[in-house]
Design a protein around this ligand. Structure first.
Ligand SMILES: *Cc1c(COP(=O)(O)O)cnc(C)c1O
Length: 401
């Protein structure tokens, strides 16, 4: 894309200039259906009138205030977020990784407090789930249980993380000993391949963790804020985490991360323990208030569930050789490309071909990937049937020509 941007992401050959709803326009005027929404960020789509108005109003009021003080907008968003999620306290940061760093620090301190009190062994270890993704900072990489994220070039990584297999009941019997301070997981693994958890397993895992005195941390950076059809994905799994992290969609496109805590977890941090200069930025909080208000409107989340099922049913009905494993929850959807003689051989090839293939009056389709084989959809939650059908028409062309 530009030789001036650090060479750490392979950019696709398109430069976007604007967006409206679920449609993006590039600098040449070509239009694209958006099944990515900034990797699950633009949950209200692009140029959403209420979001634009709230941000414009907030710019005139105040963009930033130091964390020495509170802002009225920041307090209003904290209240609204806690009321909607049923959590007790929140830490505001700027990204998913930062929200997870806060959760990791909180869990380590909770473990330290517990072993100080009991005189028992150090409680420092965090149990994670294989194929997870928790961020790109050094500690969140260590928490991420995928070897490809641990190259020697960035070593050493902090220790104290142990990964178990998802849906492995036997592992639950041994992994939670008195050295464990937390169990950390995604309700649907995103980056690791759109992997669903067996609700019975995650319920058993959370119960085992709590029984052993460990905190339960749900990384809802991708699954939260309505993505899977409920405000939080853990609501539908029948679990009640002590800590929930949010980012991506939480402020509709403005950088924001939040670490929410309940019960004893909410009392762990004291002044001086943790902070972030931009955290709770009023601009981002103004955006967050709009996102929460829109998601709370009658029928909004039901439509996420319905549209997700519609997309999955359509694709499942195609019976295209080389396309398998259509799965997902709400508008977090994945399927695998196993490769055929004529069609695209990898998820990356599908991604590139969709961008270059027109249909239904549009010039292309934006899709995401999750690993080499999995194509991932994270459309804006407001996407309508017209855009869904247009996107699927382009995808069908790419997979069958
Ligand atoms: C994207 C993601 C992160 C990291 O978020 P950033 O804002 O990129 O730091 C962490 N956890 C999950 C589950 C994610 O999907």
């Amino acid at each position: 894309m530009s030789g001036k941007i650090m060479n750490n992401l392979g950019s696709l050959p398109v430069v976007f200039a604007r967006g409206d709803g679920a449609v993006l326009t590039d600098t040449e005027g070509k239009t694209y259906i958006d099944f990515v929404s900034g990797i699950g960020v633009n949950c209200l789509g692009h140029n959403h009138p209420a979001l634009v108005k709230a941000l414009t109003d907030q710019i005139h009021k105040q963009i930033h205030i130091s964390n020495y003080y509170n802002s009225d907008t920041g307090l209003a968003f904290a209240d609204a977020l806690l009321a909607a999620t049923g959590m007790d306290r929140v830490f505001f940061g700027n990204s998913g990784a930062e929200a997870n760093e806060a959760a990791i620090k909180l869990a380590r301190k909770a473990g330290w407090l517990a072993s100080e009190q009991s005189g028992g062994p150090e409680r420092k270890n965090i149990v994670t789930v294989k194929k997870s993704f928790h961020g790109r900072t050094i500690a969140t990489l260590a928490a991420t249980a995928q070897d490809k994220f641990h190259p020697d070039s960035f070593a050493p990584y902090p220790d104290g993380f142990t990964a178990i297999d998802a849906n492995d009941f036997a592992a639950l019997e041994t992994c939670f000993d008195e050295t464990v301070c937390a169990f950390m997981f995604e309700c649907v693994q995103g980056e690791g391949g759109v992997n669903l958890l067996d609700p019975a397993w995650i319920q058993a895992a959370c119960a085992a963790a709590k029984k052993a005195g460990a905190l339960v941390i749900a990384d809802e950076v991708q699954t939260g804020m309505g993505r899977t059809g409920t405000l939080l994905a853990c609501d539908a799994l029948g679990i009640a985490p002590d800590v929930v992290t949010l980012a991506k969609g939480i402020a509709g496109g403005v950088p924001f991360g939040a670490c929410l805590a309940k019960g004893r977890a909410a009392e762990v941090f004291v002044p001086g323990d943790h902070q972030s200069t931009f955290g709770g930025n009023p601009l981002a909080c103004a955006a967050g208030l709009v996102v929460l208000a829109e998601l709370s409107k009658k029928g909004f989340l039901a439509q996420v569930t319905e549209n997700g099922a519609y997309i999955r049913d359509k694709i499942a009905g195609w019976k295209i050789p080389g396309l398998t494993g259509i799965r997902g929850k709400g508008l977090m959807i994945g399927f695998d490309i196993t490769g055929t003689a004529s069609g695209p051989a990898s998820a990356g090839e599908v991604q590139k071909a969709c961008l270059e293939t027109g249909g239904a009056g549009f010039d292309g389709l934006c899709v995401s990937t999750a690993g080499p084989r999995t194509v991932r959809f994270l459309p804006p939650l407001i996407i309508g049937r017209k855009e869904i059908d247009a996107g699927l028409e382009i995808l069908y062309t790419v997979l069958t020509r």
